[in-house]
Design a protein around this ligand. Structure first.
Ligand code: SAM
Ligand code: SF4
Length: 366
């Protein structure tokens, strides 16, 4: 539904979260996408990254990080075992590497997971659909995205991080050709052209960001006509420039409370404005320091997707985007969703309703 800029700015500027906003978001959620919460088993394939985003612990120049990349066999085995455990959708994520060789490995992983999970369906006498596969490998070439789509991935998450060019190019990323706002936008366009269900999102509460930026982020989601939204609070990582530069601000009492409240409000506004999209209750939301029940709050505000982490324990710590990630287990998450009055769903892909509305009348993707 339409909602005025003034109402959004007013809500974003106050302390706390209005009950009326959450009630409205919950009403729209139940009308448009029901009370379901879909699971994506998340596998963090590699923490090797060629980029230098100022906020992220995986940045290339963080030499303190032990780097890893799962082998093709390891990644496929984890994906298949998640599917066998009953979770029918996966999310594969990694640092960004734009080489043909790396993408060939990713394509093989996607293809093999798809084939093997289809076989499992056949053995169980079911329609062989295999796993639903979301991927998030950053900015790649258009051909790379096409190959991954043909291999069987059908959803792509690429956060715009902020829709404000200046904040993106001057404060959150180095000024060079590898960190261009235009490239990020072009990648999102390509993903849509190819036929992916496209997800984007922003970090919330990051130093330098204003509520006007957040309002414009919501407008960007609407005008880009996204299918999925993945947003979460910014959380510090000590071995990053952003933390070093803004340490005083970040360590001030109330910094995380603010980021948490803004994240909940942004989820609620996204649900109200975008209505039938999928919205993730991010791991960052669940990890924000000092905020209990943040998972439930995100769900009640309108999130309908959760992504429990299945990265092997040896590597979980090394996928250190930010500090003190809170990795809840599937049963902990499911229990908390049920207690909050919503329905956890494992055995359906849970594609965004919005995507099917968006492509009505279009010719089939390649
Ligand atoms: N490399 C890919 C990319 O950047 O799109 C995918 C993986 S990247 C680690 C996934 C997301 O982590 C990014 O889009 C960013 O929003 C988020 N992220 C990175 N550093 C963060 C931080 N310090 N706090 C919260 N989220 C962060
Ligand atoms: Fe690399 Fe993604 Fe982290 Fe940027 S946000 S440094 S691209 S992993």
């Amino acid at each position: 539904m339409e909602i005025s800029d003034d109402r959004i700015l007013k809500e974003l500027s106050i302390d706390g979260v209005s009950g009326s906003l959450i009630s409205l978001a919950d009403l729209i959620r139940k009308q448009k996408v029901g009370d379901f919460v879909y699971f994506r088993g998340l596998v963090e394939i590699s923490n090797i990254c060629s980029k230098n985003c100022y906020y992220c612990g995986l940045r290339k120049d963080n030499t303190k990080l032990r780097r890893y990349a799962l082998s093709e066999d390891e990644a496929v085995a984890i994906g298949v075992s998640i599917y066998k455990s009953g979770i029918s959708s996966l999310a594969l994520q990694s640092g960004e590497v734009k080489s043909d060789r790396w993408v060939e490995k990713l394509v093989n992983i996607v293809k093999r997971i798809k084939e093997e999970t289809k076989k499992i369906d056949e053995e169980n006498g079911k329609q062989p659909e295999g796993a639903g596969i979301t991927i998030s490998f950053g900015e790649l070439e258009k051909e790379h995205y096409e190959e991954l789509f043909k291999a069987g991935a059908h959803r792509y998450l690429l956060r715009i991080e902020t829709s404000d060019r200046e904040l993106y190019e001057k404060k959150l990323h180095p000024v060079d050709k590898d960190h261009s706002f235009d490239t990020r936008l072009r990648c999102l366009e390509w993903l849509k052209e190819i036929g992916y269900q496209v997800g984007t999102g922003v970090m919330i509460g990051v130093p330098g960001q204003t509520i006007k930026h957040l309002l414009n982020d919501l407008k960007f989601f609407k005008s880009f006509d996204v299918d999925m939204v993945g947003m979460g609070p910014y959380i510090e990582h000590r071995d990053t420039p952003l933390f070093v530069w803004y340490r005083k601000e970040i360590e001030k009492k109330g910094f995380y409370r603010k980021a948490y409240e803004l994240s909940v409000k942004m989820i609620a506004f996204a649900r109200v404005i975008l209505e039938d999209v999928n919205i993730v209750a991010s791991t960052a939301l669940q990890s924000i320091p000092g905020c209990e029940n943040s998972l439930e709050t995100g769900i009640i505000a309108g999130a309908n997707v959760v992504m429990p982490v299945f990265t092997p324990s040896d590597f979980k710590k090394a996928y250190s985007i930010y500090e003190n990630k809170n990795n809840l287990t599937v049963s902990q998450i499911a229990e908390r969703i049920e207690k909050a009055g919503y329905t956890p769903v494992f055995d359906r892909w849970g594609d965004p309703v919005h995507y099917f509305e968006r492509i009505k009348g279009q010719t089939a993707p390649v």
